[in-house]
Design a protein around this ligand. Sequence first.
Ligand SMILES: Cc1cc2nc3c(=O)[nH]c(=O)nc-3n(C[C@H](O)[C@H](O)[C@H](O)COP(=O)(O)OP(=O)(O)OC[C@H]3O[C@@H](n4cnc5c(N)ncnc54)[C@H](O)[C@@H]3O)c2cc1C
Length: 85
Amino acid sequence: MMDQGPYYAVKMESGALGTAGGPKTNGNAQVLDWSGNPIPGLYAAGNAMAAVLGEAYGGAGGTLGPGMTFGYIAGRHLGTHISNH
Ligand SMILES: Cc1cc2nc3c(=O)[nH]c(=O)nc-3n(C[C@H](O)[C@H](O)[C@H](O)COP(=O)(O)OP(=O)(O)OC[C@H]3O[C@@H](n4cnc5c(N)ncnc54)[C@H](O)[C@@H]3O)c2cc1C
């Protein structure tokens, strides 16, 4: 029966565990065009980039680790090349 409190609520939002597709990137987290050349100024990390392990999920940290790593790499690369764009 739910006619008597107290009641508790938790806000639920949708989230994505990981992706099995997305833009290809190089080691600088730069998004590559169809010819494999980096698109100046365009970076991707986390679920916005093609998963490092493709369709596999290696276990806990398999998505947060690359997401944090390539986000860091993208920020550093952009910071050192921003004058070129
Ligand atoms: C239940 C669950 C358990 C998980 N457990 C693990 C785990 O143990 N280990 C692990 O490595 N990974 C785990 N993951 C996966 C991990 O959480 C994700 O891979 C990771 O959070 C992706 O990071 P992201 O920054 O790419 O995307 P997100 O964390 O999804 O961040 C995207 C952000 O963009 C915001 N956003 C969306 N649209 C807009 C818009 N139009 N304008 C502005 N902001 C916008 C969203 O609000 C969100 O804050 C888990 C995921 C889920 C759902």
